[in-house]
Design a protein around this ligand. Structure first.
Ligand code: BGC
Length: 506
């Protein structure tokens, strides 16, 4: 009996032990589930907050359109009248198709620079031949000296010219179109001083110096006989190529590493230069819209922090919400906060904490990942951010963040474009400046260039969709046309148009 009772005791003991263990496991499971639920809840909250902060309902976009128009007027009224610089380009004639000869171009302004040779055949024959060579700009040159930067590009141009001319024969008088994609205060079509650097460039001794003189000096040192015929912004080159192919092109937008727009303005609307401009037609205005600002822009704490950590604080506010230099970084900041506050990515000591660890092209790849298991997202997290095995649910959340960042940027670009159209009376809302009666919409083309629009179809769709939302039926007459290498090719065309004695004024 005694033994039996002891056995029962042991049995009860074991049973009680098992029950306790099961209880502990159950409690652990429940608490894990609760924790995981809380983690998800926090992650979802952060995404929802971000989405709300980035909201661009059509009403807000229209406010941005109107603010753009107001700032355009202010920037045209006086220098310093607005954050929009509305810079004169002195481009008052655009290529029309009868230009002839061989021209060179040098295109500097993003992560790559390009040298080009363009052969034009004259009336009816368009561009006969074009050779383009792209080179990455060594990172250290972007913060070096004028002598080093211009010496480097001059030597690459020389190499290119020698190779081309060894095959095709030497050209007597070589003319160059120079695309320099930074804010420049021009004093003529072939001279101007740098106002500030953007996009991570910072060469101190370039300020207040004539950019063309710097290049011309470097070309002379290389022993390269070449005349810089025009100095243009990349937007202006893009407009020139757009106009060359389609005369209804009135504006151009770049959405690449940086962002900007230019358009054809009536000379009499450029109040700040009244009396100083001799041509009575039109002139291309470089808006430098990357610096546009209005309180209507949907700004989140992530944008504020990105700006505070940037070398050009309080500058280029629009650009910091739109362009390729920043979109990946905004997404990274949001994902990092989610990682810290919700632990859905596991260990946060990962690369996700490093500024600019997520580039915009990678962000776009994740956004456009249409595989059922989002394997691109998984592989980018593993390889670039060193975060392995993120579950499908988390991958979906990553795609959502990329979508919010990209959609806001694209819709703001759309609002900017409509702002320009409104200013020049092509949005169907007011009297037309061309003297046409209202109600007769005019075909209007905007040339667009840059990786974000060219190579990122979801971004492009968002831009197009928002233009329709803002403009309604009028959008049927608005065409956004992509150009490739327009910034450089257009500079060569402008050099040709400028040197031609058959100018067609705008
Ligand atoms: C520059 C503009 C340029 C744009 C696109 C901006 O950062 O200020 O001059 O057109 O980038 O390259």
């Amino acid at each position: 009996m005694g033994g039996g009772g002891g056995g029962r005791g042991v049995w009860f003991g074991v049973a009680a032990g098992c029950a306790a263990a099961a209880c502990v496991i159950a409690v652990a499971l429940v608490s894990r589930r609760v924790k995981s639920h809380r983690r998800w809840q926090r992650a979802a909250e952060l995404v929802a907050e971000f989405e709300e902060g980035c909201g661009t309902p059509v009403g807000r976009l229209k406010q941005v359109v109107d603010a753009m128009v107001v700032e355009m007027h202010a920037g045209l009224a006086s220098d310093g009248g607005s954050k929009l610089k509305m810079l004169l380009t002195y481009v008052d004639s655009l290529p029309h198709g009868s230009e002839k000869g061989i021209y060179y171009a040098l295109d500097l302004g993003g992560t790559n620079f390009r040298v080009l040779q363009v052969q034009l055949g004259g009336k009816g024959s368009n561009i006969l031949k074009q050779k383009v060579e792209r080179q990455p700009i060594p990172q250290e040159l972007m913060t070096s000296t004028c002598e080093k930067m211009f010496g480097f590009i001059a030597s690459k141009l020389k190499q290119f010219v020698e190779e081309e001319e060894s095959r095709e024969g030497t050209i007597e008088t070589r003319a160059l179109g120079f695309t320099f994609s930074f804010p420049v205060k021009q004093s003529s079509v072939s001279s101007g001083v740098l106002m500030k650097w953007t996009k991570g460039f910072s060469i101190e001794d370039a300020f207040d110096r004539d950019i063309v003189a710097c290049l011309q000096e470097a070309l002379t040192k290389e022993g390269l006989n070449m005349q810089v015929a025009v100095l243009v912004n990349d937007t202006v080159g893009t407009l020139a190529l757009g106009h060359y192919h389609d005369q209804d092109t009135v504006a151009a937008v770049i959405i690449g590493t940086g962002t900007n727009a230019c358009y054809v303005e009536r000379t009499d609307a450029i109040i700040k230069y009244q009396g100083l401009l001799t041509n009575y037609g039109g002139m291309v205005i470089n808006m430098e819209w990357g610096n546009f600002w209005t309180s209507h822009l949907p700004r989140t704490p992530y944008d504020v922090e990105l700006d505070e950590d940037s070398p050009n604080r309080t500058d280029q506010g629009f650009e910091k919400m739109i362009s390729g230099m920043y979109l990946g970084e905004i997404a990274r900041r949001v994902l990092f906060r989610i990682a810290v506050e919700s632990e859905v990515f596991g260990d946060v000591g990962s690369k996700l904490s490093q500024p600019f660890a997520l580039s915009t092209p990678l962000m776009a790849t994740m956004h456009e990942d249409d595989s059922a298991d989002l394997r691109e997202v998984k592989s980018i997290f593993e390889q670039t951010l060193q975060i392995p095995d993120i579950p499908l649910k988390t991958r979906r959340l990553v795609v959502k963040v990329c979508d919010i960042v990209s959609r806001r940027a694209a819709r703001l670009v759309a609002a900017g474009i409509v702002g320009i159209l409104k200013k020049i009376g092509r949005d169907g809302s007011g009297p037309s400046t061309s003297g046409r009666p209202r109600g007769q919409p005019r075909r209007t083309v905007v040339a667009v260039e840059g990786g974000l629009y060219e190579g990122y179809s979801l971004f492009r769709d968002y831009v197009d969709e928002a233009i329709v939302e803002i403009l309604g039926d009028v959008a049927q007459n608005i065409f956004l046309k992509t150009t490739v290498d327009g910034s450089g090719t257009g500079a060569a065309l402008l050099a040709a148009a400028h040197l031609s004695n058959r100018k067609s004024y705008i």
